[in-house]
Write a protein that binds this ligand. Structure first.
Ligand SMILES: Nc1ncnc2c1ncn2[C@@H]1O[C@H](COP(=O)(O)OP(=O)(O)OP(=O)(O)O)[C@@H](O)[C@H]1O
Ligand SMILES: C=C(C)CCOP(=O)(O)O
Length: 251
């Protein structure tokens, strides 16, 4: 089987996180061109919500769940991030990639904010056909809380294991995890506590960089290392070159 890669596109890259659901089409076109020009591989794309979902999730407090009578935000938030998913899929198709949007609201079920199950047989079949599934952080129904927000980063952790991905990369708006302005080249469970890792500088209900590192350390404990790098280095990551960013590993 060819290499199987999971690539997360940060919401801060593909939207203007300071605005109301503003898609960064120029960034999406660059990402699509980089994927189209990459060496042959099976690729799963996961993307964040950025300004198309986080403001809605915050407004309706979906990080606290949902109760009867207070469910309006579920559809509104899902629709916002789904509209972004449509744009991502369109950009990839515009570069000749057979991309297909897959919505976690329909494929997954969570409990206390964590995914319990997520259907992957459909994803396996898409990959075997040479297609690129495009999945996103989403609202997911939650057995304890009614609903919750499952971040793209949580999906990366779950899917990288379930789909036995050989490489995992997160393209962001920063060159990697920074400490005193410099990129930290490696993070392990032993070193993470020495770093100042914050949330996002914009509205983000899923923990920003801190949430990302927590998920990736969980993935490393399951045996898969991952990279966080600037989207400008996406071509290097896909070509297996040094991406100049941070590697999260078990140590
Ligand atoms: N130590 C740090 N190093 C780098 N970035 C940091 C650090 N601490 C906090 N951040 C913030 O984390 C942001 C990246 O996290 P964010 O959740 O916004 O990324 P994203 O994955 O693009 O978004 P989304 O969750 O919408 O997909 C950076 O833009 C920066 O503001
Ligand atoms: C806010 C929603 C709908 C999903 C959040 O996913 P993330 O942007 O990857 O954290």
């Amino acid at each position: 089987m060819s290499e199987r890669i999971i690539l997360k596109l940060g919401g801060s890259v593909i939207t203007d996180k300071g605005a109301d659901c503003q898609v960064n089409k120029a960034a999406l076109a660059d990402v699509a061109a980089a994927i189209a020009g990459a060496p042959a591989a099976q690729i799963v794309v996961v993307h964040g919500a950025g300004s198309c979902g986080h403001p809605e999730a915050r407004k309706y407090q979906l990080d606290r769940g949902a109760t009867p009578g207070y469910t309006e935000g579920i559809g509104i938030t899902h629709d916002a991030v789904s509209s972004l998913n449509t744009e991502v899929v369109a950009a990839l198709r515009g570069a000749g990639i057979q991309a297909l949007g897959v919505h976690p609201l329909h494929a997954g079920i969570a409990d206390k904010g964590r995914l319990l199950t997520f259907e992957t047989k459909n994803l396996e079949t898409m990959l075997s056909l040479g297609m690129v599934p495009v999945i996103h952080g989403d609202v997911v129904m939650d057995l304890s809380r009614g609903a919750c927000i499952v971040s793209g980063d949580q999906l990366v952790r779950y899917l990288a294991v379930a789909l036995k991905c050989t490489r995992v990369g997160l393209a962001t708006d920063v060159p990697g995890v920074l400490d005193g302005g410099r990129v930290v080249r490696e993070i392990t469970p032993q070193t993470v506590h020495t770093l100042q890792i914050g949330s996002s500088s914009h509205t983000d209900v899923t923990g920003g960089m801190k949430g990302k590192i927590d998920e990736l350390l969980g993935l490393a404990a399951a045996g898969t290392e991952s990279g966080i790098f600037s989207v400008s280095r996406l071509g290097d990551f896909l070509a297996r070159k040094d991406h100049g960013g941070t590697t999260v590993r078990e140590g």
